[in-house]
Design a protein around this ligand. Structure first.
Ligand code: FAD
Length: 317
């Protein structure tokens, strides 16, 4: 089923969904399946699997020269989606990114997903490549909206470099990302909203937000989206804080604020065990308020660890 069909079938009841990461190279998929297994008790109708672009590593060759090697540290998003779907009979949502792929390679991946019966996608620009030499692959899509447009065409039976419509049409449900506290590159929230609307007009069916720790940011954002003519479901993303150092790393990496009250509580914790407790409590209160406000789904960034999400889900669902 499509994500939007799950949301419609819930008839206003708030659903739960989770995001997991593919295992790092060398770790088994069994470890990931063990993370997901106890979360199935809460019946998530869909599970997202992130995509990780290749990174450049430097290796000394036998002749002493340094070689640049493009390496994907967490490969296998599509295969993992198929494995999770087969094992738990749950819909999966592979993330696909622009960077590092030509549209032709993306089309191949979309055919693979179509044949696997996976018809949900979260389409993203993708985290930036720190290496300027490889940052832009010739002809890669620049913005998520370009990727959305490609999939929307495929849903109409129009494939790349073909003039006529094909009998075979894909039927992908398209999710996109949004940022209640603004994407870090956008000059202001209104401009960011303009481009979000552009993604929706290109064919996106629903939105998943970046994590936020202050529900007011989400509620204000939803109002601004409505005013901008964005009327598709906006699923809030929740991440329980787990380490003291995240007070500084999360704002730096994700360009989000941590409310003063939460920051004060975390600062006073004597170790990360206490921080984890505080993070879970905060996420429970956040989730309860969002659920009471009737959000379509609560989407948890698990970082492929289940304990915190289990505790939150037990308290909220
Ligand atoms: P876009 O929608 O392309 O927007 C990027 C920026 O460009 C914004 O500032 C926007 O305002 C601006 N913009 C958009 N269109 C235009 C235009 N036509 N002209 C000018 N400006 C424009 N990254 C990964 O690598 N893998 C993942 O699995 C992954 N999963 C994620 C899941 C969620 C829910 C979220 C919120 C983020 C995820 N990310 C992931 C991170 C994401 O790739 C980065 O945040 C990225 O910097 C932006 O992605 P986007 O799809 O929102 O970009």
């Amino acid at each position: 089923m499509k994500v939007t069909e799950h949301l419609a079938a819930a008839k206003g009841k708030t659903l739960i969904s989770i995001e997991v990461l593919p295992p790092q190279k060398g770790k088994t998929i069994d470890d990931l399946l063990k993370v997901i297994e106890p979360l199935m008790e809460f019946k998530p109708p869909f599970i997202d699997v992130t995509y990780h672009r290749e990174e450049i590593i430097y290796k000394k060759r036998a002749d002493g020269l340094i070689e640049e090697i493009p390496l994907r540290k967490r490969p296998g998003t599509v295969g993992i989606c198929a494995a999770i779907k087969g094992r738990f009979n749950v819909d999966t949502v592979p993330h696909l990114v622009c960077g590092g792929f030509t549209p032709e390679e993306t089309e191949d991946a979309l055919f693979t997903l179509y044949y696997l019966g996976i018809n949900n996608l979260l389409l993203l620009q993708g985290d930036s490549d720190k290496n300027p030499k490889t940052a832009v692959k010739t002809n890669a899509h620049k913005y998520a909206s370009d990727l959305v447009a490609q999939v929307a065409e495929m849903n109409k039976g129009k494939f790349l470099h073909e003039e006529t419509e094909n009998e075979m049409k894909t039927n992908f449900c398209i999710g996109v990302a949004a940022y209640p506290e603004k994407h870090f590159e956008a000059p202001n929230l209104n401009t960011d909203l303009k481009w979000l609307k552009h993604k929706i007009d290109a064919g996106a069916d629903y939105i998943v937000t970046q994590m936020f720790f202050d529900n007011k940011k989400y509620f204000d954002f939803v109002e601004k989206c409505k005013a901008a003519g964005i009327n598709i479901p906006i699923i809030p993303g929740i991440k329980p804080i787990a380490q003291k150092k995240q007070l500084y790393s999360l704002p730096k990496i994700f360009h989000i604020d941590i409310p003063e009250t939460l920051a004060d509580v975390v600062e006073k914790c004597k170790d990360d065990k206490e921080v984890k407790r505080a993070g879970i409590e905060w996420a429970i209160q956040q989730s309860k308020e969002l659920k009471a406000a009737g959000v379509p789904c609560l989407h948890y960034y698990t970082m492929s660890r289940s304990e915190a999400t289990i505790e939150i889900a037990k308290a909220v669902f």
